[in-house]
Design a protein around this ligand. Structure first.
Ligand SMILES: Cc1cc2nc3c(=O)[nH]c(=O)nc-3n(C[C@H](O)[C@H](O)[C@H](O)COP(=O)(O)O)c2cc1C
Length: 147
């Protein structure tokens, strides 16, 4: 596993959006994700897997593993480009809430897995890695104390 690349404070990416309904396959995989409705032309982040934080509408901040990509395991290159956040210490329905994601470190590239089991095994490793990386990186003031 390559080391994570921590983003410099001025490189951090903030993404605002409303939580949309997705395919909801993530729940059956054991990795529910929040799908953020965003205009991908405005998202400068390349496809990949990232560690970060999310601020929910109630102001609470949570650690999150983030996927930006087309879910090639299921859709090859024809899938919609999505930003999905798997929130580490949260479960619940928050559709239609306005949330903000802060991306603080890059973990790996997107991969087309040879089936769901291989994807889920990697997601488990991603979550462990994400927690390790975030233990040394705080969310920025811009996230915790928005103007
Ligand atoms: C941390 C993380 C990493 C992911 N990495 C990949 C990946 O490398 N390849 C891939 O095809 N999908 C990846 N995904 C997306 C999953 O395929 C997707 O979350 C799953 O299919 C459920 O999505 P759905 O509920 O919108 O269908 C990743 C998701 C997360 C949360």
């Amino acid at each position: 596993m390559p080391t994570a690349r921590q983003l410099e404070i001025d490189e951090r990416v903030f993404v605002d959006g409303v939580v949309e309904h997705g395919d909801e396959r993530g729940r059956t995989l054991g990795f529910a994700t929040l799908n953020l409705g965003i205009n991908h032309d405005d998202l400068t982040t390349p496809d990949g897997v990232f560690a970060g934080y999310v601020r929910l509408a109630d102001g609470s901040i949570h650690r999150t593993a983030i996927s930006v990509g087309r879910r090639a395991t299921f859709y090859e290159e024809r899938g919609l480009r999505l930003l999905e956040a798997h929130v580490l210490d949260f479960s619940g329905d928050i559709y239609d809430q306005h949330i903000t994601v802060e991306i603080v470190a890059a973990l790996r590239d997107q991969v087309r897995f040879d089936g769901v089991e291989a994807l889920v095994a990697q997601l488990r490793r991603d979550v462990v890695r994400c927690a390790e990386v975030l233990s040394a990186i705080r969310p920025s003031v811009r996230l915790t104390k928005p103007a």
